[in-house]
Design a protein. Structure first.
Ligand code: SF4
Length: 251
């Protein structure tokens, strides 16, 4: 071990941190500017998608950090998965428009198998415990949109668990670990899910067209962890029914 000089000083530079966050935010925003129309991800929480589209808010430092890590790891994982030399900075497998669904969608990759494109999705996760199917719900909601789009009963989901405790016998602490899942659904499940997507897309389109509160409130409430004054910048405009005015959500 080397001995550091006694005169060494290390001062945290918060000004430089703010500048860096701004740079990364600008870079992330430049990269997402050309997204038009309704995208698969808008149907996961369509009410938030409505407010994000009609009243876009600047990214917070938290969003910048999370999106940056997700984006970079996406490119690395896909490059490794697809056998690229070096890094391919495209962070998905390209966008497809499904006219009947009325949305565009971009699975991370597709693999042709028996004449069907099997779509796959990659997610990073910071939980410290092994994920159950219910923990994977929001990922599965998204993966199933791709399976509907590709009319594939099969799909793949990969998670990189960044903080999972090391398995017994592999030392102390945590290390990032991959989990791979085969996802399958039957034809009627795909059909029902497609009908649900079309319904949500139509509700979102209607709200975007009329901008009337009655139409906006027909959009389902977003999932719990995205909602609340401290989580959602649209809380005061949205006034989510059954939540707004309650301490749990207002704080
Ligand atoms: S306040 Fe809640 S329900 Fe309303 S848009 Fe935000 S997350 Fe969705």
């Amino acid at each position: 071990m080397l001995t550091l000089p006694k005169s060494l000083k290390v001062d945290r530079n918060t000004k430089a941190e703010s500048k860096l966050v701004k740079r990364v935010k600008d870079w992330l925003e430049r990269d997402s500017k050309d997204r038009k129309g309704i995208h698969a991800s808008d149907l996961l929480d369509p009410r938030k998608a409505y407010y994000d589209k009609t009243n876009p808010q600047p990214m917070t430092a938290r969003m910048v950090g999370l999106f940056f890590v997700g984006k970079v790891l996406h490119s690395f994982l896909l490059s490794a998965l697809l056998g690229e030399k070096g890094t391919n900075w495209k962070s998905d497998g390209g966008s497809t428009i499904d006219k009947e669904l009325g949305i565009s969608y971009s699975p991370d990759w597709k693999k042709l198998w028996k004449g069907v494109n099997i779509p796959g999705e990659f997610k990073t996760n910071r939980s410290k415990y092994e994920q159950s199917t219910s923990d994977l719900k929001s990922y599965l909601e998204q993966e199933l949109i791709y399976q509907v789009g590709e009319q594939s009963e099969d799909g793949r989901l990969i998670t990189l668990m960044l903080n999972l405790p090391a398995p017994r016998g592999e030392g102390w602490g945590t290390y990032p670990q991959f989990r791979c899942y085969d996802v399958s659904v039957d034809k009627s499940g795909l059909k029902e899910y497609r009908a649900q997507l079309i319904k949500f897309r139509k509700l979102l389109e209607r709200a975007l067209k009329t901008k009337k509160k009655a139409d906006i409130n027909k959009l389902p409430l977003c999932r719990d962890y995205k909602c609340g004054r401290s989580q959602c910048p649209h809380y005061n405009d949205c006034k989510p029914e059954g939540r707004f005015g309650l301490r749990k959500w207002d704080k």
